[in-house]
Write a protein that binds this ligand. Structure first.
Ligand SMILES: *[C@@H]1O[C@H](CO)[C@@H](O)[C@H](O)[C@H]1NC(C)=O
Ligand SMILES: [Ca+2]
Length: 361
């Protein structure tokens, strides 16, 4: 059951744990190709490995077919909310209809420190491109089961939000293509701004053509040692592409996983097929272990989510905006400047000609 989805790409999901230092390379694709090839060669040893690694799947924090008891059984570890419904093959957060909000939330507070969340989702609808919305979000937050304007969850949330934004609200849509996936860390006062598609609070993101695809679409969130990496697999090539990488991100424990979605004037079907939480076993030597312990003690004090080098991101976002505006004005003034020069040139030329004519008389 739970194996069915991860079974399609067993080697990559497992090997990612050992690929960690390689994430900095953008050319992850070629690496994963290599590993897929290696996996094929080592099929047998992997079969042994599989059981061992399956232990790291934390079923209590995972959501996969068949969604037994979900939404009505008291023994279920997840709750449904709003328009969310369970079918044999997916959890539909919203149907392709206007003004709907739906969500699914874990009931159990989450305390693991090194983890990886793999979300299999599907966004589909009748609307033409950019006439659909609004997208879906995945959460690890202090509060659960709240209604609100941020993809069907409350604003000023506390914790992590990963947004698959399918509609460009801001006029400046030319600077990025949609759907756009982004990361935000809420601290209770920060506001997600829909009108700007969350640009001011975004810690990182990427374009991901994850709507109306024939193949499966996945997002992978990895959190370990205060580093959050976001990867996507939406091209049907069975490889992860890096989408965001945030260091110095402090996230308190005891939060809840969830996924939510909302439609407005524009709509889509927003489906969750699975959310699988893996505990990461990070190999550490004793020195690192001590360091880790120290770090953990420090982290006990983290009660509000924060990013150590927050300013860096804010500047980056502004700079990006400025440069576009600057570019526009530079171009505008250049054209205007050339126009003025041309007029001045013509006037001067005219006078010069007139003077010459006068001289000849
Ligand atoms: C949340 O972050 C913003 C921006 O970094 C900061 O101005 C604000 O004081 C923070 N709020 C809390 C409750 O820490
Ligand atoms: Ca949007």
């Amino acid at each position: 059951m739970a194996v069915s989805v991860s079974g399609q790409k067993p080697c990559r999901a497992k090997l990612l744990g050992f690929l960690y230092p390689m994430f900095q390379f953008k050319r992850l694709s070629s690496l994963s190709c290599l590993f897929v090839a290696l996996c094929a060669l080592m099929d047998h040893s992997l079969a042994d490995n599989q059981e061992f690694l399956e232990d790291f799947l934390k079923r209590e924090y995972s959501l996969s077919k068949p969604y037994r008891g979900l939404g009505f059984s008291s023994s279920s570890q997840w709750d449904l909310m709003g328009t969310a419904v369970v079918t044999p093959d997916y959890i539909r957060l919203t149907p392709d209809l206007q003004s709907r909000q739906g969500a699914v939330w874990s009931r159990i507070p989450f305390f693991l420190r090194d983890w990886e969340l793999k979300v299999h989702f599907k966004i589909s609808g009748q609307g033409k491109k950019n006439f659909n919305g609004d997208g879906l979000a995945m959460w690890l937050t202090k509060d659960r089961m709240q209604n609100g304007p941020v993809f069907g969850n409350m604003n000023q949330f506390i914790g992590l939000g990963i947004f698959v934004d399918t509609y460009p609200n801001a006029e400046r849509s030319h600077d990025r293509a949609f759907p756009y996936i982004s990361v935000m860390l809420g601290n209770g006062t920060l506001l997600y701004d829909h009108d700007q598609d969350g640009r001011p609070t975004e810690l990182g993101g990427c374009t991901a053509m994850a709507r109306n695809t024939v193949h499966d679409t996945f997002v992978l969130v990895r959190y370990s040692n205060s580093r959050l990496t976001l990867m996507v697999d939406v091209d049907g090539k069975q490889e992860w592409k890096q989408c965001a990488d945030v260091t110095g991100l402090r996230l308190p424990t005891g939060y809840f996983f969830g996924a939510s979605s909302a439609t407005g004037d524009l709509s889509d079907n927003h489906d969750i097929i699975s959310m699988k939480l893996y505990e990461l076993a990070i190999p550490r030597n004793p020195e690192q272990q001590q360091q880790q312990q120290q770090q953990q003690e420090e982290e006990e004090e983290v009660t509000v989510p924060r990013v150590d080098n927050m300013e860096q991101f804010q500047v980056a976002v502004e700079e990006e905006g400025m440069s576009t505006v600057q570019y526009f004005f530079t171009l505008l003034f250049s054209i205007m400047g050339l126009g003025v020069l041309a007029v001045v040139g013509l006037v001067l030329y005219g006078r010069w000609k007139e003077n010459r004519r006068k001289r000849f008389y």
